[in-house]
Design a protein around this ligand. Sequence first.
Ligand code: URA
Length: 432
Amino acid sequence: MRMVDIIHQKRNGGALSEDQINFFINGVVSGDIPDYQTTALLMAIYYQNMTVDERTILTKAMLNSGDRLDLHKIPGIKVDKHSTGGIGDKVSIPLAPIVAAAGIPDPMVSGRGLGNTGGTLDKLEAIPGYKVEESEAQFIKQVSDIGLAIIGATGNIAPADKKIYALRDVTDTVDSIPLIASSIMSKKIASGTDALVFDVKTGSGAFMKTYDKAKELAQALVDIGKNAGIKSIAVITDMSQPLGNKIGNSLEIEESIDLLKGKGPDDLKEVTLTLGSYMAILGQKAQSFNEAYQMLDKVISSGAALDKFRQMLKAQGADDHVIDDYSIMPQAKYHFDLLAERTGTIGQLSANEVGIASMMLGGGRLKIDDQLDYSVGVVLHKKVGDLVKEGESILTIYSNHQDVAEVKALLNNHISIVETADKPRLIYETIY
Ligand code: URA
C-alpha cells in the first residue's frame, strides 16, 4: 500500500477502506509516514469529509494506537460526560458527584484548559492538595468504592491523536468535523466508559461558533458512538455568554460547591441536571427525563451530592475544609467593578471575551508551561436580558494587579446595554 494512493483517493472524494485507514494510523504512530503526507491527507479529509463508516474506522484505529482503560471490574453501567468546552463551564465538577450520589458510576477523565476555556483539572487544582494523577488500579478502586473520580488521562491514550492533533494545529485543519469527532471519541472510548453524554456548546465562547456546525458535530459524535457500541447522547447548549456567574479557577470551584449546596445559579443548575438526567437514563437508573431530573434534584437537596464531593476530595488528597471555607483557595488581592454607563438591558455579554479577560488576568495559559493564577477571574452580576441601572456593577474583576485598564476596555467593548433583550435559549436540542 502506498500513502500517495490513499491521499489521491481522498483528494478525489473517495471513501477510504479499513485497511487504508489502519495503514495510515499505524504509519503515523511508527513514524513511517512523513508529516508532509499526513498533513496532505488531513487537508484532503478537511475538504472531502468522511462517511460515518470512515469516521468510525478512524476512531477505532486511533483508539487502538494506545492504551485502553479496562473498567469492567467497576460494577454498574459507567457513564461519562464530555463538553466541547466553554467559558464558565464548570459542569463536570458538580455533575460527577450528583450522578454518583444517584448510583451512576462516573469515571471521569478530564483535561486542562484549551485556548480561552478553562479545564476541569486546572480548576480542581485550585483546591489545596487535589491530585489529578492516579494509577489505573487506584482509579478503578476509587470509582468502585465511592462511585466517582475526576483525574487526568493515565498511560498512553490515543498517541495517534496526539501526533495528528499537533499537525492539525499548525496546518489549519482543526475545524474539520470528522477529525474533531474521531479525536474526541478515540480518547473518550479509551477511557473505558460504557456510555457518553456530550455537551456540544454553540456561540462566541464555543469551539463551534454556529448552531449548524454544533449540530453537525453533535450528530457525528453520536453516530460514531452508535457504530462503536458506546451509547451516546449529545445536548446542544448555549455558549454565547458564560455559563453561571463565576469565571476563573477558584471562583468556579466556589460556584460548583454552591450548586451542590442548592445555591448555584439557575443556568448552571439546568445544564448540569439536563446532562445528568441523560446520564441517568443511559445508566438505567431512570426511565424518563423527568424522573431522572427529580431524582438528581433530590440528591442535591438531601446533601447526598455534597457528601459525594467530600468523599472525592478526601480520596484525591484534597482539603475538604474548602466546602465550608472557600478562602483556603488562592484569593485575588484586588476587586474592580465594571459599572454600567447607562440604564437599560444587557444585550450582549460575549463569552469569548470574558474568557480572554480571565486569561489576561492570569487564569489561563498563553504558553503550554505558563503557571496559572487560580485566584483571578470575573464575577458576573448581570447576564443577557437582565435590567441594569446607570452606575450599577455589571461585573467584578478579580486581579492580583492594580492595572486592569486593558481588561476593562476589552470587556466594555463586548458588553452592550440596549432597550430590551430576551434571555438566550440555554438548551437547544438533544441528539440521540
Ligand atoms: N478536542 C479534541 O479532543 N479534539 C479535537 O479535535 C478538538 C477538540
